[in-house]
Design a protein around this ligand. Structure first.
Ligand SMILES: Nc1ncnc2c1ncn2[C@@H]1O[C@H](COP(=O)(O)OP(=O)(O)OP(=O)(O)O)[C@@H](O)[C@H]1O
Length: 765
């Protein structure tokens, strides 16, 4: 009998007992793993205590070795103390391999089965069983109890398919909570085979883990997908880190999930190299919050900074949105030219002194406004950062004063002339008035101060002449007068930082910490005193460049944002994930040019993700109609499941708010998890009011805020309004329509021109 025939059925008590037996088999293994983990925890605790007892006795070399050991034990302990849900989540049963070689994790390394592993009558014996988990655990005799999911030996768990099964006969996903195994789900990679394990036929339980995972209700936080990563995703996650890994895929293909798992994989694979930090750039703080738990659940957070694009500049945080036309002006390359002019022009302030008066060699010397302007022009020539030009300006001022003093021709002997000049300079620069003048006439400019100067319409008009039109100047200046910064302001601030530069300052003495004297303990302290999260925060603040940069939703970055992100990864390797069809930026070609400049000439490896794991086929089909309008000729990813529930179309009766509210209440009854209401940006506040009192399972979002998020059910309010809101409106609407994992309602008003069935014009076939 083929093993497939043993597929468990819910109503059959015989098979229920097979399931129970299999669960208890896995429970026994999990118990063994925990016993071993406890031993390891005791070992680590003993090491820590022992080190503390021994204090500072020993040679410096021995102390350093001891501290390094304690450091490692501390990290290990931290990880083990984390009570992981689903600590152990997978298992593969394998045929004997082509060779009998074992890798460092104790597993056989062969990917292909040995010749003769499958007998002519399609029977075979299982030669190796591996359990896969969030971290690797070895038994006392170094046999693997659990293989880390990122280890090479775990790759077949993700890569094997019925078409290309390799050695894998059965792949099992184990569901557990704390220390209890709750269930198992099997997939057969070689269904034609009857395989035996220890003389018994290999049973097969459940309908596969992927569908079980996809059907689960959504909460406000993303889950890791470590138990069900699919083969095409695994290729990206484990792609070699060289240069640029470039991934495209439609909505719901797992790009965000893959990006996060890749960060964890890279750290596992080469922790030393990525000690320089991994930066993940996300489009919105909402998406950062949504994905926040994924890396810790994979056992990683210390070296990964997940940042919204509006939070990349220290000390500035984007809280506002710009209108589409202002965003277009601030985000484009045109702004770069404006910024460069503003950085130089901001030196001219209304309160700046217009005359310099000094006394040198007992004589009064003066420079008038025009002469000062000429000195400034000369100092500003070229493109060097403005704040670094102050010494040059100071030198040119002294030159001009020297000229004025008439002392220049007094000595023909060069040595005497130089001496005279030097005492002339000293005479002037020791005067407080001169320093005060310089501070007022050539102040150190901060990015924030220049941005504030740009809020003055007149000044901005001067700097943006022939670059922005007068309407744009007015709107940009007005937007800069608001309290707070927009996401596009942050990239402008960063650009300003680059064109202004930071003058070198004397280094501050680091405070002495008595413990610093103990080599290695300095490193240990973070483990003991800070949580991993605090440490990550601290490191992120200190860091300006990263070893690897991952850009999520890359299609949305404006040219100015690419420049900002590029500066953080000048020597980095990159992973860039995105979907051009979801781009909310109006000029994709300009953005592509900026992206290419940021990534440089590094070679790229391209990957494509093709399966939509989020939307049921019914919703994906509707969204593909908008895709056809937004990007004619492009193809939608294939939806992996279908629910039989068609999208619902509702037309506003009298009040938009009341219709949406009623629909939200209806959907809250129908789904277990979250409901997202997506409206045009200008309706955000209003929409929040519509939903008051309905509880925290439902949220209102502006169309741009919906990026990357997902809900059990969504309501898309007035497709036409969303589409008309910006030049990229159709693509933004496509994003809105692809957020639901189960149900979608489209609410139309008159401008949507709904037909008799309530289907708005934009969504008709
Ligand atoms: N292999 C998988 N196993 C289980 N769930 C998966 C898998 N791949 C993706 N998913 C789920 O599919 C959903 C979509 O994934 P994700 O948000 O990463 O897609 P995306 O490509 O970034 O989408 P978008 O472009 O729309 O933002 C998530 O709920 C994710 O957990």
């Amino acid at each position: 009998m083929a093993a497939q025939a043993q597929q468990e059925s819910a109503v059959d008590p015989v098979h229920d007992s097979v399931r129970d037996r299999e669960i208890s088999v896995e429970q026994e293994h999990l118990d063994r793993v925990y016993r071993r983990l406890e031993e390891k925890i005791h070992e680590a605790e003993f090491l820590m205590a022992d080190a503390a007892r021994r204090g500072q006795v020993g040679t410096p070399g021995a102390l350093a070795e001891r501290d390094a050991q304690v450091f490692r034990a501390g990290i290990h302990l931290n990880r083990l103390h984390n009570e992981y849900e689903d600590f152990l989540f997978g298992r593969i049963d394998l045929l004997p391999g082509r060779d009998g070689k074992k890798g460092p994790d104790g597993a056989y390394t062969a990917v292909e089965p040995a010749e003769g592993a499958v007998r002519p009558d399609n029977t075979a014996d299982i030669a190796e069983t591996l359990h896969i988990g969030r971290i690797g655990v070895l038994d006392e005799d170094y046999s693997p109890l659990v293989i880390d999911w990122r280890a090479p030996a775990a790759a077949p768990f993700y890569r094997s398919t019925p078409v290309d099964p390799g050695r894998v006969v059965r792949r099992r996903v184990i569901r557990s909570k704390g220390r209890r195994v709750l269930g198992v789900e099997d997939d057969l990679m070689r269904p034609e085979l009857t395989a035996s394990l220890d003389g018994h036929e290999l049973p097969v339980i459940g309908d596969g883990a992927l569908m079980a995972a996809l059907g689960q209700a959504r909460t406000h936080t993303m889950r890791d997908i470590v138990a069900s990563i699919q083969a095409e995703q695994d290729l990206v996650i484990r792609a070699p880190a060289a240069s640029v890994t470039y991934v495209e895929g439609g909505p719901g293909t797992g790009k965000t999930a893959v990006a996060l798992h890749r960060a964890a994989y890279l750290l596992y694979q080469d922790r030393r190299r990525y000690a320089g930090g991994i930066l993940i750039v996300s489009p919105t703080p909402l998406l950062v919050a949504y994905t926040e738990g994924v890396l810790p659940s994979l056992g990683e957070e210390g070296q990964v900074a997940v940042r919204a694009i509006g939070s990349l500049v220290e000390g500035a945080e984007a809280t506002l949105y710009d209108s589409p036309s202002v965003a277009r002006a601030k985000g484009s390359y045109r702004m770069l030219k404006v910024v460069r002019k503003a950085a130089r022009g901001a030196l001219e302030r209304a309160d700046a002194p217009t005359r310099l008066r000094v006394v040198a060699f007992g004589r009064r010397l003066e420079l008038e406004a025009e002469e000062l302007a000429a000195v400034r022009r000369a100092a500003l020539g070229g493109t060097a950062p403005v704040n670094l030009l102050r010494p040059r300006a100071r030198k040119l001022l002294l030159d001009a004063l020297w000229e004025r003093s008439g002392a220049a021709g007094r000595h023909t002997d060069p040595e005497l002339a130089a001496e005279l000049r030097s005492s002339f300079d000293e005479d002037i620069t020791s005067e407080d008035d001169f320093t005060a003048f310089l501070d007022a006439w050539w102040p150190e400019l901060t990015p924030a101060a220049v941005l504030d100067a740009m809020a003055d319409e007149k000044r901005l008009g001067r700097w943006a002449r022939r670059i922005l039109n007068p309407g744009e100047v007015r709107k940009v200046a007005r937007s800069l007068r608001r309290d707070g910064r927009s996401v596009h302001d942050i990239a402008v601030l960063d650009e300003l930082q680059a064109v202004l530069g930071t003058p070198a300052r004397p280094r501050r003495q680091r405070e002495m910490d008595p413990l610093d004297q103990l080599t290695g303990l300095e490193e240990l302290m973070p483990v003991r005193e800070e949580t991993q999260r605090e440490r990550a925060e601290r490191l992120a603040q200190e860091r300006v460049e990263y070893a690897h940069v991952i850009v999520d939703e890359a299609q949305d970055l404006t040219p100015m944002q690419w420049r900002m992100v590029g500066r953080r990864g000048r020597h980095a390797t990159w992973t860039v994930v995105g979907d051009p069809a979801q781009s909310s930026w109006s000029d994709p070609d300009e953005a592509a040019q900026a992206r290419d400049e940021a990534l440089g000439t590094r070679p790229r490896r391209r990957f494509e993700l093709t399966v939509n794991y989020r939307n049921p086929a019914e919703i994906a089909e509707l969204a593909s109609r908008v895709l056809a309008l937004a990007m004619p000729g492009s193809t939608s990813p294939r939806a992996v499941r279908s629910t039989g529930v068609e999208p619902r179309f509702t037309v506003v009766a009298d009040s938009l708010g009341a219709t949406v509210r009623a629909e939200a209440a209806r959907l809250l009854d129908r789904v277990e998890g979250t409901v997202g209401v997506v409206v045009a940006m200008q309706r955000r506040e209003e929409a929040r009011r519509w939903l008051t009192g309905l509880g925290d399972r439902v949220v209102a979002l502006g169309s741009l805020e919906a990026k990357g998020l997902e809900y059990d059910a969504t309501i898309v309010v007035s497709p036409a309004e969303i589409a008309d809101e910006s030049p990229a409106g159709l693509r933004v609407l496509y994003v809105a329509l692809t957020r639901a994992t189960q149900q979608l309602t489209v609410v139309s008003q008159e401008r949507d021109e709904p037909d008799a069935a309530g289907v708005p014009d934009l969504l008709r076939d």
